[in-house]
Design a protein around this ligand. Structure first.
Ligand SMILES: [Zn+2]
Ligand SMILES: [Zn+2]
Length: 466
């Protein structure tokens, strides 16, 4: 029986937002779009991340959309299990994954040590990967700038365009050729939104036969970025002027840099008093350094400010704390200040210590700037739970909690429609991934209302063959 030319299988981020991974077979060659870490309950995550639903050594090429860990975080394991081909990504993504994967390897090693602490030595589990696997992964990376067509194989042409989501994030367009016919695929990766700080707006999506799109905020709308930045300024000023500290839980890559940019802008305009900003995350400092190396990815407004010598994401008032001891001494400071620390949903990381020390005091404020999954500490704070457990303590949260959902770096429902509608009518199939089922369904519904046919929400393992 003759096999089909093209086969796409959705292995990760199918009906969920984590573990992005899609497999394309074209004739006898195997390609992987993203190889993300599945993040969830420890035991389930370990199971899903350890075993791939294909043989890693059969994969010929990986194409990576961006450096968030849910897109790149399982690459070292793929390499460890035998993948020996090239990994294509943009230059900024290459530099960012060096930082992100090194940090992830450390977490994997600490996790394994934690699980092994009560196990006999002969039953000890190995970390998912370690620093050596990360080094071997980085060796496989080939950095290709936006808009430069490249050929991973003789019958495949690929081009990255700017997704405007984080530094280096790419929309991937693939064009396979066999016997004079073409098959095209557009993969959005994570899409940003117009008007975001620092980065250029997302570029128009290239037309394709098969479109794989994220749907994180299907069914939900963000405030315009300017309105959210104003709200950020008003909240920060209010908390500082009553002598409080401002705590902001934030992802170290992307969110921290855009927050710093917004806060420094508000200080420049006089909307917020000049205040010390403590960025309590070694990973955020490393990521900021990569941002500084890639001004080629910045938008015009940011370039103009850079030329005027403005402090954009660093400056005399910004202190990056490396050592845990510096993080602890911050708790003894009495004067008002701003503290940015990971994790974004308050589930781990140094933000927990700051919350433990400050969330009981009504003078202080917690700004919630990222998506909070249900039952995380960040979600409980937003929902105003009367008592929360933080590390070893039960605490009544009396600090002001200010949700600022409009600062998201993901396209909202309308942004997704604006991006998809110009190309969706001509696609033979439109696959909504990287969204909870509810969000993907809301986007599918809106697309169908616009008479877009062939909209699918693939289950994990769903396969399309042509
Ligand atoms: Zn992302
Ligand atoms: Zn993502």
């Amino acid at each position: 029986m003759a096999t089909s030319d093209l086969c796409i299988t959705f292995h990760g981020a199918a009906r969920t937002v984590t573990g992005s991974m899609h497999h394309i077979r074209f004739r006898n060659r195997h390609y992987l779009l993203d190889c993300g870490l599945y993040q969830g309950r420890r035991s389930e995550a370990r199971e899903r991340n350890t075993t791939f639903p294909f043989r890693p050594k059969d994969v010929d090429v990986v194409i990576l959309s961006h450096a968030h860990i849910d897109h790149c975080g399982n690459l070292p394991n793929l390499v460890k299990q035998g993948f020996a081909g090239p990994i294509y990504c943009t230059p900024a993504t290459r530099d960012l994954i060096a930082v992100m994967l090194a940090d992830s390897a450390k977490i994997q090693e600490e996790d394994a040590a934690f699980l092994n602490r009560k196990k006999p030595k002969d039953q000890a589990i190995q970390p998912l990967y370690n620093a050596i696997d990360v080094r071997n992964t980085l060796r496989r990376c080939q950095a290709i700038p936006y808009h430069q067509t490249f050929h991973p194989e003789h019958d495949l042409e690929v081009r990255f365009t700017d997704a405007g989501h984080i530094l280096g994030s790419a929309i991937t367009h693939l064009r396979f050729t066999a016997n004079g016919t073409h098959h095209t695929v557009t993969f959005t990766g994570d899409l940003g939104r117009p008007g975001m700080p620092i980065l250029r707006d997302p570029e128009p999506l290239p037309e394709a036969d098969w479109v794989i799109t994220e749907s994180t905020y299907g069914g939900r709308l963000h405030e315009p970025p300017e309105k959210s930045i104003d709200a950020l300024g008003v909240a920060v000023k209010r908390i500082l002027s009553r002598g409080g500290k401002v705590l902001i839980p934030a992802f170290s890559l992307g969110r921290t840099q855009s927050l710093l940019y917004d806060l420094q802008g508000l200080i420049r305009q006089g909307a917020v008093p000049a205040t010390s900003i403590f960025v309590d995350s070694p990973l955020a400092l490393a990521s900021t350094n990569v941002y500084a190396m890639h001004s080629d990815c910045f938008d015009d407004e940011t370039m103009d400010l850079l030329e005027a010598d403005a402090d954009l994401i660093s400056g005399n008032n910004v202190y990056y704390l490396q050592r845990a001891i510096d993080s602890m001494t911050l708790n003894e400071r009495l004067d008002p200040c701003i503290i940015i620390a990971a994790s974004g949903m308050c589930e781990a990381g140094r933000i927990l210590h700051h919350l433990k020390h400050h969330v009981g005091d009504p003078k202080n404020g917690v700004l919630i700037v990222s998506y909070q999954a249900e039952h995380t500490l960040g979600w409980k704070l937003v929902k105003r739970w009367p008592v929360v457990r933080i590390l070893d303590r039960e605490i009544e949260p009396k600090a002001e909690v200010v949700p600022l959902p409009g600062l998201s770096s993901h396209a909202d429902h309308q942004d997704l429609l604006n991006a998809l509608l110009p190309i969706a009518g001509r696609a033979k199939g439109l696959f909504l991934v990287h969204g909870e089922l509810r969000s993907a369904e809301a986007l599918a519904e809106a697309l169908k209302e616009q008479s877009i046919p062939h909209v699918h929400i693939p289950e994990p393992g769903f396969k399309i063959e042509v």
